[in-house]
Design a protein around this ligand. Structure first.
Ligand SMILES: Cc1cc2nc3c(=O)[nH]c(=O)nc-3n(C[C@H](O)[C@H](O)[C@H](O)COP(=O)(O)OP(=O)(O)OC[C@H]3O[C@@H](n4cnc5c(N)ncnc54)[C@H](O)[C@@H]3O)c2cc1C
Ligand code: SF4
Length: 451
């Protein structure tokens, strides 16, 4: 049997009118067919490729035999954010990339769609609960309620520790609710999974920015930091401070708050918007701009499509929706009038030989400068943690990130860290996996074992 199931998706002209998800889920018949495409590999490469090592052939086997709740249980045992990950995981770079069907000149098994299917069934019955160890006296503080912090909190609460999670945002969820927008993520699924985690007896303290690590260590036996990367990197060019230039993280945060009816998104109606960068954040910002009514949206990227870090699926969606790609181009100056953006000046770039990391170098082509009239610029050239906050923690840093050993222990005894604040910005599933592993190390530490 071959031929992957492709559930219907809304046409581009319709979907840019809404922030809602536009791809349908599998129905029972499609799920059974898709599950039968899995050949239940021995030592499955898909499982190995998943940062949380979900037993993929086992959950697919359970779907095949109609045991949908059992399938969801297999996933949740490894990944407490399995429902949300089924929406947001870049599976093209993870489990589906490694599916053996690729080597059979076929398309991979639709693992994420099957995962969504299992959780849709679970939702109808009620979220699966796991057992919890008897309460322990020791307390743990978690800084940051993103997937890393919540995953660590969940594992520790299940081990019986008294856990308190602090977050500077009013809601728990981190970028799952304040960065990844709902046509891609499912906020409903994320919120139900967050609620489920907090129900394991975790205390959540909202709108509380932690800066005094010592005070926490006086009260708690250990601290986990999952503070993420909330600041966008800057271009470092003239005009970056003009009105109408937005750091991508702030822009997407404002759009999220607007959708949650708690704030205002920038007014891009009828405007020409240039997004600088070639990653997934640039793609998300471009698609959000279209949904806010922008007339023309350009992605300006200094390398070619072959080097673009954004996943091909996202690029395809953006292109279909009308985003224009200006490749081998780099901004040199942003022009303005009366303090607001009016144009962007770029230079054409030439690709050179690959550097040590295998990435091809780029050099500007002299005299190739060109100028485009533009009303807004969104800068999506990378993100980093809030350096002020990290300095106040007094931890050893490396390249602006918290340095840890392979057990997620930081330079201060009893303080552990994981997720984007350590890895520099990866994925929800990686943050979840790191939170889980760090919780193991914290448990060892609190039991008097190694640091
Ligand atoms: C635009 C965008 C799109 C993305 N799309 C995807 C995607 O499709 N799929 C995917 O898998 N990943 C995606 N990611 C990446 C993913 O969101 C992150 O890798 C993941 O959320 C990291 O989790 P985390 O817990 O480390 O940090 P975060 O999710 O950033 O959570 C950190 C939390 O810590 C809080 N905090 C920070 N400092 C403090 C402090 N001093 N005191 C108290 N609280 C604090 C913050 O308020 C935040 O809630 C995307 C990221 C961005 C920016
Ligand atoms: S690699 Fe593909 S075929 Fe093999 S177990 Fe995983 S999903 Fe099934």
């Amino acid at each position: 049997m071959s031929g992957r199931t492709h559930p219907p998706i809304l046409p581009p002209q319709v979907r840019i009118k809404t922030f809602e998800p536009y791809a349908e889920n599998l129905d029972d018949r499609m799920a059974l067919y898709e599950a039968s495409r899995c050949i239940t590999c021995y030592e499955p490469p898909c499982k190995e490729a998943c940062p949380t090592h979900i037993d993929i052939p086992e959950f697919i086997h359970r779907i095949k035999s109609g045991n949908y709740y059992g399938a969801a249980k297999v996933i949740r045992q490894s990944n407490i954010f399995g429902g949300e990950c089924a929406y947001v995981c870049p599976v093209e770079r993870l489990c589906e990339e490694k599916c053996v069907r690729n080597s059979l000149k076929d398309e991979p098994v639709a693992i994420s769609l099957l995962q969504r299917f299992a959780f849709e069934k679970e939702r109808k019955k009620g979220i699966i609960k796991f057992e919890k160890a008897p309460p322990k006296k020791k307390k743990v503080a978690v800084v940051g309620a993103g997937p890393a912090g919540l995953s660590a909190a969940y594992e520790l609460a299940r081990k019986g520790y008294k856990v308190t999670v602090f977050d500077s945002n009013p809601k728990a969820g981190g970028l799952m609710l304040y960065g990844i927008l709902p046509w891609k993520a499912s906020w409903e699924v994320a919120e139900s999974e967050i609620k489920n985690i907090l129900e394991y007896g975790i205390e959540f303290v909202p709108s509380k920015k932690v800066s005094d690590l010592k005070a926490l260590l006086n009260e708690y036996g250990a601290v986990f930091i999952g503070a993420g990367t909330s600041k966008s990197a800057k271009l470092g060019i003239e005009g970056e401070d003009l009105k109408g230039v937005y750091p991508a993280q702030d822009f997407l945060y404002d759009v999220a708050r607007h959708l949650q009816k708690k704030g205002k998104a920038p007014d891009l109606k009828g405007k020409r918007v240039a997004i600088i960068g070639g990653g997934d954040t640039a793609i998300d910002a471009s698609m959000a701009s279209l949904r806010l009514g922008a007339e023309r949206v350009y992605i300006i990227y200094r390398r070619s499509l072959a080097e673009m870090p954004a996943v091909p699926y996202g690029r395809k969606q953006a292109k279909e929706e009308g985003v224009e790609f200006l490749l081998l181009s780099s901004p040199v100056r942003i022009h303005g009038k009366n303090g607001a953006v009016t144009a962007i000046e770029c230079v054409k770039m030439a690709l050179g030989e690959p550097d040590q990391s295998g990435r091809r170098a780029v050099t500007p082509i002299k005299g190739s400068e060109f100028k485009m009239d533009i009303d807004a610029v969104i800068v999506a050239v990378g993100q980093k943690p809030d350096q002020e906050a990290l300095k106040s923690f007094g931890l050893k840093l490396k390249n602006g990130l918290i340095e840890t050993d392979n057990k997620f222990a930081t330079s201060i005894k009893g303080v552990f860290a994981g997720g984007d604040v350590v890895n520099g910005g990866e994925t929800v599933v990686k943050a979840t996996a790191e939170g889980k592993l760090a919780a193991e190390s914290i448990d060892q530490f609190l039991k008097g074992g190694s640091k």
